[in-house]
Design a protein around this ligand. Structure first.
Ligand code: ZN
Ligand code: ZN
Length: 257
């Protein structure tokens, strides 16, 4: 069994054929999918999907792209939604200094605030970091993120950053880009990280692994990422499936069905 630790099933890319997408995931032994609602308008839809599928769980929060939309209702709404039993983590939160869809100072402030809320609610966090490695690490440290722990999703930092995150008790989630031809540097980092600290994810509909690069991504493709991790670490596919599943269940505090 595999777990897709991070996907966006509520996005419009899946509106047409969501049930088939979920069915293909089940047929590919993807036992659980964690779907992430990244902004207020998506949270209800995210929960609807988890309500009608026993193997799908929710992650809710405000993405750095949407940080500028946070208003007086945002946190009270999230507090309410976090009472729902299918919600398993707070995210994705963090910094995106590549696209800068929210001003940087707003992203920094909202990231700090949301770590605080996650700690208060006692949920692990899912961190998005794009071209903001130094700032992400500093904030995780200064906001005592080790108290809630969580996942650095779509990891793109260097080995030193990975090590610092592991020391804080975080897991590193590997996306489909590990299969890309030009990802040699990334593969070198993953080679040095213990399997016990890794998860696999699709971030579907984005970052489609080879051999489907260029098409829409979906949870059933998480196996290509796991396969690549197995190759890099010279262990069996089954071993990667087993350990990454255990890791995901641990960080999201779930038991086997
Ligand atoms: Zn992300
Ligand atoms: Zn995402």
């Amino acid at each position: 069994m595999l777990i897709d630790s991070h996907a966006h099933l509520e996005m419009p890319e899946f509106r047409r054929d969501l049930e088939q997408v979920i069915q293909r995931a089940e047929e590919s032994d993807v036992g659980y999918i964690f779907t992430v609602g990244t902004e207020k308008k998506d949270w209800r839809r995210t929960l609807e999907i988890t309500n009608s599928h026993p193997s799908i769980y929710a992650i809710l929060g405000v993405h750095p792209h949407n940080a500028k939309e946070i208003d007086g209702e945002t946190y009270p709404t999230l507090r309410e939604l976090f009472r729902h039993e299918k919600v398993k983590a707070y995210g994705e939160i963090g910094l995106d200094f590549f696209r800068n869809l929210s001003p940087r100072d707003v992203q920094l402030r909202r990231f700090r605030e949301q770590i605080g809320l996650a700690r208060e609610l006692r949920f692990p966090i899912v961190v998005h970091d794009r071209e903001a490695h130094q700032e992400t690490l500093e904030i995780l440290k200064s906001e005592k993120a080790e108290e809630c722990g969580g996942i650095i999703h779509c990891f793109s930092g260097d080995y030193e950053m990975a090590k610092a995150c592991l020391e804080m008790g975080f897991y590193i989630s590997i996306p489909g880009s590990i299969t890309f031809k030009n990802a040699e540097g990334f593969r070198e980092i993953v080679k040095r990280l213990p399997l016990e600290s890794l998860l696999v994810e699709t971030d579907a509909p984005f970052i489609t692994p080879e051999p489907f690069r260029g098409k829409r991504n979906e949870p059933s493709y998480v196996r290509y990422t796991a396969q690549k991790v197995a190759e890099i670490k010279k262990v069996s596919f089954e071993k990667v499936a087993e350990v990454t599943t255990e890791n995901a269940l641990k960080v999201y505090r779930l038991k086997y069905r």
